[in-house]
Design a protein around this ligand. Structure first.
Ligand SMILES: Cc1cc2nc3c(=O)[nH]c(=O)nc-3n(C[C@H](O)[C@H](O)[C@H](O)COP(=O)(O)OP(=O)(O)OC[C@H]3O[C@@H](n4cnc5c(N)ncnc54)[C@H](O)[C@@H]3O)c2cc1C
Length: 393
């Protein structure tokens, strides 16, 4: 019998498991496949070092510049060379396995090649989870169950806490790791907003390898074909300037959805159950960045579970503290603002964002405001939106 069973050893599940094990609890971390590379840009801001100081030792190239383009290719660039901290871009397979190793070193029992598909129910209570393995069905019993198995989570739906995602609540993206000579600045990351609700990115991993991808969001998922926009993105003349070769070696490629409407705040907890990470919508609606928020959700869920286990009260009433934790409230609030900003920026084929970047090219104070909004979670003042509207009309 485990104290806590966690389904999914991605960033949210691994962090949650690690914190619980460090506090002396018996944790089962269930993973369908540790060789699966989660489709992802692998871009993470310096905030990750607070949760994974170990990453600093890996000599990962430092990113100290962001270059963003609006759909009409107005450019907004921010270099933070003088600041000590830096963002990183990692191959997700490598990053996830580092996080899993940290959890295992803390005492977590990792069960690989286990696909969780249902709960073990006794007296109408969820007392464990059932998994498919190469050698048959396994059962893991535990006091608290934490769902961290991402977008495709079956257990999240079977928990009754939330419904299946609707297409209009998602982003859908295709990405690849390519290799070859290029004109990218390897200390930069590049984001390209599109003339539809969506964006593309190029994140250099090292001198020769880069993660490239693009996707659509919400209603525009219905209007655009992912393979076509990916092809169009790669062949766009502005991209060709950076990637001049006619063919690059493809190391890996995949497509995957991501939540785009913010945290599902009504679905975060139940009787002896919590949802964390992508399974609960912890992804920024404007940038698609979810690694950090997922780790935070895992960390907070662990804190709440520890408290519940110590009190021997794993009821819904105790676990609701997860939703009301200041760090979770802050993410919920921030993602709500980001979602409405995304709606505003993408209006009229991205015209508002074109105007924002166009003004920022000339007005340094305004540029700083935009950078604060995009990179430092600043809330835009009302005048910000008014200025854009006035400029357009
Ligand atoms: C194309 C794309 C690009 C992205 N780019 C970025 C980026 O650059 N930066 C960023 O911060 N975020 C990015 N994100 C978002 C980010 O990938 C997620 O927010 C983050 O991975 C969520 O972590 P998680 O632990 O909640 O879920 P996941 O990372 O999805 O991990 C879930 C884990 O559960 C396992 N699993 C799934 N089903 C089962 C099952 N039935 N049984 C057992 N195990 C299971 C999976 O194998 C996986 O290991 C991107 C997302 C996509 C789709």
């Amino acid at each position: 019998m485990f104290d806590v069973i966690i389904s999914g050893a991605g960033p949210s599940g691994s962090k949650c498991a690690e914190i619980l094990a460090k506090n002396g609890f018996k944790v089962a971390l269930i993973e369908k496949d540790t060789n699966w590379r989660k489709p992802c840009g692998g871009g993470v801001s310096a905030r990750i070092f607070k949760y994974y100081p170990q990453l600093r030792k890996f000599n990962i190239p430092k990113k100290k510049n962001i270059v963003m383009f609006s759909s009409q290719y107005y450019k907004l660039e921010n270099r933070w060379e003088k600041l000590k901290d830096y963002s990183i871009v990692m191959d997700r397979l490598e990053l996830d396995n580092i996080m899993r190793d940290v959890a295992v070193d803390a005492g977590v029992e990792l069960f690989d090649k286990n696909i969780s598909f249902d709960y073990v129910i006794k007296n109408q209570k969820k007392i464990g989870i059932r998994t498919k393995t190469p050698s048959g069905v396994n059962e893991y019993l535990g006091k608290i169950i934490i769902i961290a198995d991402g977008m495709s989570s079956k257990l999240a739906i079977k928990s009754g806490l939330r419904e299946r995602w609707k297409t209009e609540q998602l982003g859908i993206a295709k990405c690849a790791i390519l290799e070859g000579e290029n004109s990218l600045d390897s200390s930069s990351i590049y984001i390209f907003f599109r003339p539809y609700k969506g964006y593309g990115w190029i994140f250099p991993i090292d001198e020769h390898r880069f993660n490239i991808g693009c996707g659509t969001f919400e209603e525009d998922n219905f209007s655009y074909n992912l393979n076509e926009i990916y092809k169009e993105f790669l062949n766009n003349p502005n991209i060709k300037d950076l990637l001049p070769r006619s063919n690059y070696k493809q190391i890996w490629m995949d497509s995957y959805p991501l939540p785009s409407v913010g945290v599902l705040e009504k679905s975060l907890y139940g009787e002896n159950l919590m949802l964390i990470g992508d399974a609960a919508g912890f992804v920024s609606p404007i940038s698609g960045e979810g690694i950090h928020a997922s780790i935070v959700s895992g960390d907070v869920a662990a804190e709440i579970a520890i408290n519940a286990l110590e009190k021997e009260d794993i009821s819904e009433n105790t676990l609701k503290k997860y939703k009301f934790h200041p760090k979770i409230k802050k993410i919920i609030r921030n993602f709500k603002i980001k979602h409405s900003m995304a709606d505003f920026f993408f209006e009229n084929r991205g015209q508002n964002l074109n105007t924002v970047f166009k003004i920022a090219e000339k007005d340094i104070a305004f540029k700083q405001e935009v950078i604060n909004i995009f990179l430092y979670n600043a809330t835009p003042p009302k005048e910000f939106f008014q200025r854009i509207k006035n400029t357009i009309s």
